[in-house]
Design a binder for this molecule. Sequence first.
Ligand SMILES: Nc1ncnc2c1ncn2[C@@H]1O[C@H](COP(=O)(O)OP(=O)(O)OP(=O)(O)O)[C@@H](O)[C@H]1O
Ligand SMILES: [Mg+2]
Length: 221
Amino acid sequence: MMLKIKSLKKSYSQGLETIDIFQDLNFQVQKAQTVAIMGKSGSGKSTLLSLISGIIKPNNGDIILDKVSYKDLKESQLNDFRASNIGFVFQNFHLVSYLNALENVMLPAKVCGISNPKEKAIELLKDVGLEHRLNHLPSQLSGGEKQRVAIARALIHNPKIILADEPSGNLDEETGIAVMDKLFELIKKNNTTLILVTHSKDVAKRCEETYELVLGDLTKC
Ligand SMILES: Nc1ncnc2c1ncn2[C@@H]1O[C@H](COP(=O)(O)OP(=O)(O)OP(=O)(O)O)[C@@H](O)[C@H]1O
Ligand SMILES: [Mg+2]
C-alpha cells in the first residue's frame, strides 16, 4: 500500500469556534494508483492534501506513506521525507518568481541532491513542450505554460506520489486537456501514485477511482 490514512482527525480553531473537517477518516491508496477526489468547496479537499504532505498536523490519527508513519518522524525528518517522496501541483502554480522555468524545475532535484538536475529538468520541460521557454520567468509565461512548469517540477525528483490540487482549474478547456494529458502520460511512464483534487468530472474520469468528500468522509463514486 502506498498510502494509509488511519483514524484521522482534523479540526481548525477560529476564535471560539472549532471547525471539524475530519473526525475519523480512513483511506488507502495502492502503489501507482490514480485517485480523483471531488467535493464541494470547503469540504476539506485541500486540507486533506496538506495533511498527506505533512505540511499541517492532524489532531489525531496517522498517515503512513510507503510504510513510513508520520508519527515516527521529527519535524526535520518529515520535511526531508516530503522533499524526497512527494511532488505537488497547486492550482496557483507556486512557482518561484525570480527563478526562470529551468531553475524552477531544477529546484526539488537540488533540494534532494539528485544528480544531473539540469539535464533532467531540460528533458522534462521538453516532455511538457516548453523547450523554447527555459529562460522565461513565471511572469513571462502564460497560465498553461506555468502549469506545465509546475508539473515538470513536481516530477523531477521521481516522487512516489503526486498531490495535485485542481491542476487545470485556471486553464481554458483545451489547454487544461493538454496539461492533463501530459500529467497522466508522465505519471504512467514513472508508475507514480496520483491523488488529484478536481471539480471537473471529465478530469476525474481519467483516474482509476473517484471519491467524493462529504462531511469528512470519502465515498467511492
Ligand atoms: N487555517 C485554517 N483555519 C481555519 N479554518 C480553515 C483553515 N484552512 C481551511 N479552513 C476551513 O476549512 C474548510 C475546508 O477548507 P479546504 O481548503 O480544505 O476546502 P476545499 O475542499 O479545498 O475547498 P475548495 O474546493 O474551495 O478549494 C473551509 O471551510 C475553510 O474555511
Ligand atoms: Mg481547495
